[in-house]
Design a protein around this ligand. Sequence first.
Ligand SMILES: [Fe+2]
Ligand SMILES: [Fe+2]
Length: 290
Amino acid sequence: MSTMKAEWQTDWDVASPPEIGYVSVRADEGAWVDGAWPQFEYRDLGLTDVSDGKLGGRHIRSKPAGPRGETGWHCHHLDFEFLFVLSGSITIEGETGETYRLGPGAAGHQPALFWHNESDASDDFECVQITVPGEPATITDRDAELPAREVAAAPIYTFDTPENYVLGAGPRRFFRYRDLGSRALTDGRIHIHVVRASEPGAGTGWHYHSMAQWFMILDGWSVIRVETMPKHDLRTLDSMCVGRGPEMRHNVAPFSGDYAVLELCIPAEYETIAVAPPEGADAPPEGAQE
Ligand SMILES: [Fe+2]
Ligand SMILES: [Fe+2]
């Protein structure tokens, strides 16, 4: 099988990851605006602002009164494009002939300059798109001369099936993790997984990571405290970005039994360091798990 790894043009790698700051965008925050396609509307998730444009995240959904036809063939000039379907479904046809119908929990990586056509988005279609850089260019003219760059041959899609989850395959032995396959495609720059609880938890305890993480709640709820920030009660489709290092100590406590998050980690390889509660922080909850 051909590799999807390709030349990366944005100026960061594992050794010098971008500085990514804190941002919280609740499900009901941010404006829905028109964007690339009349079928959809777009809500910015704040990543471009806090990463100096090196990374972008947007929530996309079918526009209530928008057209439902195809986007037409197009490709993107970028280093990384990731899609995760939150609800509803959409069809994506690729230049190599495969057609995928993507439903809730389906995740896809589209290579740079890969021609594709999106169609038949359901009225309830919603997805998250993560890109590098934050604002990639879209090319719609198939006769246009494309930027000279090495590109990969095919997209990769993964689906939300129980066997794609592995208990303890991440920092917490009590969470189930579904690896969405970004690590190998990005030479270790980016890891994306779905993290699911199996039962209600008292909490993770205070800790920080050597990576920056962005996450969106997919199911259930949690309460998170990030160092000096206000306490957040997070619900479905709330999102947050927490930078790397000890200034971004945080504690997820408690969380619901059906808690699930889509989480992006930069870089892919990271450490999780348990720490004492910061001065003035709430005491750890009774029975906090390690
Ligand atoms: Fe596209
Ligand atoms: Fe954490």
